[in-house]
Design a protein around this ligand. Structure first.
Ligand SMILES: Cc1ncc(C[n+]2csc(CCOP(=O)(O)OP(=O)(O)O)c2C)c(N)n1
Length: 320
């Protein structure tokens, strides 16, 4: 699937919406308006946008604790998403999931997960179901570099390889697992090398801050999955700008690590590309920004004005 100019504008709009949405979430969380814990993917937007764009509505994603962007890219309504993050009854999980347990089965969003690597076996189960039903659906399963040290990762990839399941394992490699740099929890350089252990999994490492590269690699992985040739482990190198959780002062992080990351910003790079190729003008960019802002304000208003879940609803829809 070749990207048209229109597609590229849509991709850019998605990335910018994710960024502005999360900047607003940060502001509201630090202002005490949002309960619980928040993990932001600011800096990682190209992975969510590029990977979800070629998915069909009926395809599945399993996202992570850092999963707002993946939900927006899979088609979530930012009003309902914001309400869920606020813990309100109008949210996707009626306010009982919050930022870390976002799910919408209607949109094929199987759920963010507070358990690191917890979404991986769920995604493999969904891929097995798709294959069994011959539904032609694929699953995009997102996780971080830290998750690839979990037993669930190896067991899941083993089964997915043996059964040649229609799944794309997307590692959003931001090179940090909580407060530990990749070098302290992995003795190999690339997560994609881990694919070699399984047989039917194709491993690939790409520039996760180049949305077109991400998109094109994902298209190939989806085609391979739909042809029944098996899973792909797609490692997207990227960076998170914010702390592990919102409020984390990142004292463990060398200053130049963050500064060099910001000079490789996915949104700025794509904007420069679009301008240089005359796909958009500066005025178009301003207009896109101008359209996103009121939508985010509207989402916040909706969330703030929505009711909290009723106490008698506490155990409803809760099944484990
Ligand atoms: C099974 C489990 N172990 C530990 C934790 C605590 N924890 C939360 S996030 C995290 C790091 C995850 O790193 P990574 O998978 O790279 O994702 P990232 O946060 O970088 O997006 C850890 C250790 C947890 N939530 N679940």
């Amino acid at each position: 699937m070749e990207l048209t100019k229109e597609d590229m504008v849509k991709l850019f709009t998605t990335m910018l919406t994710i960024r502005r949405f999360e900047e607003k979430v940060s502001e509201l969380f630090l202002g005490g308006k949002i309960p619980g814990f928040i993990h932001l993917g600011i800096g990682q937007e190209a992975v969510a946008a590029g990977c979800c764009f070629p998915l069909k509505k009926e395809d599945y994603i399993a996202n992570t604790h850092r999963g707002h962007g993946q939900c927006i890219a899979k088609g979530a309504d930012i009003k309902i998403l914001m309400a869920e993050i606020f813990g309100k009854a109008t949210g996707y999980c009626k306010g009982k999931g919050g930022s870390m347990h976002l799910a919408s089965l209607d949109l094929g969003i199987l759920g963010a997960n507070g358990i690191v690597a917890g979404g991986i076996p769920i995604a493999v189960g969904a891929a097995f179901s798709a294959k069994y039903r011959k539904s032609d659906q694929v699953v995009a399963c997102f996780f971080g570099d830290g998750a690839t040290g979990e037993g669930a990762f190896y067991e899941s990839l083993n089964l997915a390889s043996i059964l040649k399941l229609p799944i794309i394992f997307v590692c959003e490699n931001n090179h940090w697992a909580e407060f530990s740099p990749q070098s302290t929890h992995m003795d190999i350089e690339k997560v994609a090398q881990k694919a070699l252990a399984f047989g039917n999994i194709k491993g690939e490492t790409i520039d996760g801050n180049d949305v077109i590269t991400v998109h094109n690699a994902m298209v190939k992985a989806i085609e391979r999955a739909r042809r029944g040739e098996g899973p792909t482990l797609l490692e997207c190198n990227t960076t998170r700008y914010r702390g592990h959780y919102e409020g984390d002062p990142q004292k463990y992080r060398p200053k130049d690590d963050l500064e060099s990351a910001k000079s490789n910003d996915a949104i700025e790079r794509f904007k420069t590309f679009l301008l240089e190729k005359n796909i958009v003008t500066s005025k178009n960019i301003e207009d896109i920004e101008g359209e996103i802002k009121p939508k985010i304000d509207e989402a916040v208003k909706f969330a703030e004005e929505s009711p909290l879940p009723l106490p008698e609803e506490t155990l409803k829809d809760v099944y484990s």
